[in-house]
Design a protein around this ligand. Structure first.
Ligand code: SAJ
Length: 410
């Protein structure tokens, strides 16, 4: 059988490579010619540990091929972005475009799987879009056993930086439009998933994925709120959390400079958009987390007021520890904002990347080494808990004003 993966990004490419490594023929489709060319050379255009080796092997054995055009397959897996628009409403245009791309190539008996994180009802929408494009095919329905194609939602839930392990070891939720759709999808995932495959309907699967990321967001908001309460009350929040977490049923997450990445800061809005009256706490958590970078900036500004010509080092720009991913990073926003507002001389330190993307080079010509930052800065703003910063000794920073959003020196 042949599997077609639409969207060769952070989810699609690892999934395509893992399936190809099981000996299955995989055809990858992406709108980016650069991505397609890179992959066909056995290389990768994204950063993820060990993915380069896996893709190289899959391409050299001929099991993985990429192109910008779709072609016939037995299974179509859709792994395209689902961002939101300015008004926090979900943007399903990439999914709709993917359905348009595959529609002419879909045959009787094919399985279509939506992996992208999506608002409740999206999988049913896929059936509606496809029905319009292909009136010759019978679409699945919740109560009908018979259909010509099968459609299911199997949300990805891998953690960036651990994608290849989690792709195989995590349990998977398999939400079929009908039970037969789920059964078909389950057979596919059992090819490469060692975790359990849990069957449900498509709407529940959609909501489950949004719930997972909202759960994390709400819990991070709790930690972020605590950190602001503790600043106000002059209590060390890190010590406080450590103590409270010694209770057998308490497990507080870590405060930080805000929530980054392209999932946790986005997905809760899909719930808010579908149930605005009911989703009060989920919305508030988003607002608390989105406000945290501004709170950190205000603290830096206050500290900078004490110096005539303050030199401020931003330690870390990535969206979390020990990765080089700058997307939707609150640390990067803080560095940018401090530089733009000319609060002082701002040094940008990010040991995991060599040079900044072009868009940011206007703010600061180059990155500064940790060593130079420690020599020159009056104020250190710890934004990411990278291992290079964790190994700093209290003596290294003793003469500085330290604004530590990650509790490294807590
Ligand atoms: N963060 C904190 N404090 C914490 C934990 C995280 O401030 O205690 C911050 C991080 O610094 C980062 C952001 O939250 O800025 C998100 O990081 P993360 O490690 O929590 O999650 P992601 O975005 O890398 O991946 C999440 C995962 N979801 C959950 O853990 C519920 C992953 O399993 C999902 O597959 C992924 O979102 C996704 O694609 O939806």
């Amino acid at each position: 059988s042949k599997i077609s993966v639409i969207g060769l990004g952070y989810i699609g490419l690892p999934t395509a490579a893992v399936i190809a490594s099981r000996g299955v023929q995989v055809h990858g489709v992406d709108i980016s010619e650069h991505a397609v060319d890179t992959i066909n050379q056995g290389k990768i255009h994204i950063v993820e540990p060990d993915l380069d080796m896996l893709v190289q092997a899959a391409v050299s054995t001929g099991k993985l091929k990429a192109s910008t055009e779709a072609e016939a397959a037995d299974v179509f897996m859709i792994a395209v972005p689902t961002p939101f628009k300015g008004d926090k409403k979900p943007d399903l245009s990439y999914i709709e475009a993917a359905i348009h791309t595959i529609a002419p190539h879909v045959n009787k008996g094919n399985l279509i799987i939506l992996e992208s994180t999506s608002p409740v009802g999206t999988t049913e929408k896929i059936a509606q879009w496809l029905a319009q494009l292909r009136p010759d095919l019978r679409m699945p329905h919740a109560n009908a056993e018979q259909s010509d194609v099968f459609i299911a939602h199997c949300p990805e839930r891998v953690l960036p930086g651990r994608v290849l392990q989690e792709l195989v070891s995590n349990d998977r939720i398999i939400g079929g439009i009908s039970p037969r759709c789920a059964h078909k999808a389950m057979e596919l995932y059992q090819l490469f998933v060692r975790g359990e495959c849990l069957v449900t309907d498509a709407r529940t699967a959609e909501m489950a994925k949004l719930t997972e990321n909202s759960f994390r967001d709400v819990n991070i908001a709790f930690a972020n709120e605590l950190s602001m309460i503790c600043d106000h009350l002059k209590i060390n929040v890190w010590e406080l959390i450590q103590l409270a977490n010694r209770h057998p049923r308490v497990n507080i997450l870590s405060p930080g400079p805000g929530v980054g990445g392209h999932c946790i800061a986005v997905d809760p809005w899909f719930i808010v958009d579908s149930a605005p009256e009911q989703a009060k706490m989920i919305r508030l958590a988003r607002e608390v987390n989105d406000a945290k970078p501004h709170y950190v900036m205000d603290r830096v500004k206050k500290a900078a007021d004490e110096f005539k010509k303050p030199v401020i080092a931003c330690l870390g720009l990535a969206f979390k520890a020990d990765i080089d991913d700058l997307r939707e990073s609150p640390a990067l926003d803080i560095a940018k904002e401090l530089t733009e507002q000319r609060i002082g001389e701002v040094l940008w330190v990010e040991p995991n990347i060599r040079s900044l993307p072009k868009a940011y080079q206007a703010f600061t010509p180059q990155l500064v080494s940790l060593h130079e930052a420690l020599e020159r800065a009056h104020i250190l703003v710890v934004l990411v808990d990278h291992k290079q910063f964790k190994s700093l000794k209290p003596g290294d920073v003793a003469a500085k004003v330290v604004i530590d959003t990650r509790g490294l020196f807590g």
